[in-house]
Design a binder for this molecule. Structure first.
Ligand code: ZN
Ligand code: FE
Length: 258
């Protein structure tokens, strides 16, 4: 049967976090992806006339869970989050793990565990809608810093996301795109697709426009953190004979020091 498309509202929270609301027009359900800051979320809900029913938590960092309890007091909502960080997520009602599926109205949601940035980080994938909420695992031209797991784990997490359909829209947790772009072009200067994209990003940011969402296909073509197998990048790094995990670790280390 035909399903109405989900509606998505994107807005800024804190200094560089993205707030994302997902609304199902058929059932009226509305989820916030993480809860970085109460007031901008309330404002976005009011703008659209939506009522919050879910918080989909990706990981335990303060800038993703800070408004959980305040929002729970205001709305009759359910907080879903990663089982591997359950104790660190305020107000958690239901914990989920790799391979779990649940319904958001008539839309299926798949849970993808992506350890790296944190040990329990999860992403939410809506396969009927081809939408991924990647939070601090995959950014436009970047990936999350490695706080709780080694580079090899993050490489494998990113490979799971790269295996989704190219047309998948990717909503991510932070507006770091301009600095990511400057780093990416330093690692992969001859990538014509990346050159074009860097120019688009510079224009977008100069005009104050958001760079969210991106797509899996575009990231595969231009994001150096998905490109550890790329011969040109390996050559630039003098790492032609190294493993993918080693090349990825080197790219991540260079970004940390960029
Ligand atoms: Zn984080
Ligand atoms: Fe974050």
């Amino acid at each position: 049967r035909l399903m109405k498309s989900l509606e998505i509202e994107v807005f800024q929270c804190r200094s560089d976090n993205y707030g994302v609301l997902v609304h199902d027009p058929e059932t009226g359900l509305t989820a916030t992806i993480d809860a970085p800051e109460e007031q901008p979320i309330l404002d976005a809900l009011a703008r659209r006339g939506w009522r919050l029913s879910h918080i989909l938590t990706t990981h335990h960092h303060t800038d993703h869970v800070e408004a959980n309890l305040a929002l729970k007091e205001k709305f009759d909502l359910e907080i879903i989050g990663p089982v591997n960080e359950a104790v660190a997520i305020p107000g958690l009602d239901n914990s989920v793990m790799e391979g779990d599926e649940f319904q958001f109205g008539n839309h299926t949601v798949c849970v993808i565990e992506t350890p790296g940035h944190t040990a329990g980080h999860i992403c939410y994938y809506f396969p009927d809608d081809k939408i991924l909420f990647a939070a601090d695992t995959l950014f436009a031209l970047g990936c999350g810093r490695l706080f709780e797991r080694p580079a090899a784990d993050m490489w494998h997490s990113l490979q799971k996301l790269a295996a989704l359909p190219d047309e998948t829209a990717v909503y991510f947790g932070h507006e770091y795109t301009l600095s990511n772009a400057r780093f990416a072009i330093s690692i992969d200067p001859d990538n014509v697709r990346l050159q074009d994209r860097v120019q688009d990003i510079e224009e977008a940011r100069a005009a104050g426009r958001f760079t969210i969402p991106t797509t899996i296909g575009l990231e595969k073509e231009t994001n150096p953190f998905l490109s550890a197998t790329d011969p040109a990048i390996r050559r630039n790094l003098l790492m032609e004979t190294k493993s993918n995990e080693e090349v990825f670790a080197e790219i991540r280390k260079r970004k940390d020091n960029f």
